[in-house]
Design a protein around this ligand. Structure first.
Ligand code: SF4
Length: 103
């Protein structure tokens, strides 16, 4: 996500990924209690939740980036209720993370 902040100088797309991508590229997820394919629910991967929320919040800014087409196509499979649930889950995660990190 830091690469996204420079307007494309350091990278042609945001340097961010879902848990599903991490799962495909590593073995980190093999013993994790979370499901890297899920963005909501008790076993949702927090990385996937935050990534999909990031995409939703930055759609206007990123939609013209052709390298992001696949990611937005996947996001568009979500209905409005799922998008709302992802937004709420991401907000909860960010609140919990902030408390654990700074308190
Ligand atoms: S939190 Fe998500 S990305 Fe991290 S190991 Fe677990 S399933 Fe994989």
């Amino acid at each position: 996500m830091s690469r996204c902040g420079d307007g494309g100088i350091g990278g042609t797309k945001p340097y961010a990924a879902s848990g599903n991508y991490i799962s495909r590229m590593s073995n980190y997820c093999s013993h994790c209690r979370f499901d890297p394919k899920k963005a909501t629910g008790d076993d949702a991967c927090p990385i996937t939740t935050l990534y999909e929320d990031f995409l939703s919040r930055n759609r206007t800014r990123l939609k013209s980036n052709t390298r992001m087409g696949f990611q937005f196509k996947n996001l568009d499979r979500r209905d409005d209720g799922e998008r709302r649930d992802i937004r709420q889950a991401a907000a909860k995660l960010k609140t919990e993370f902030t408390r654990k990190t700074y308190l």
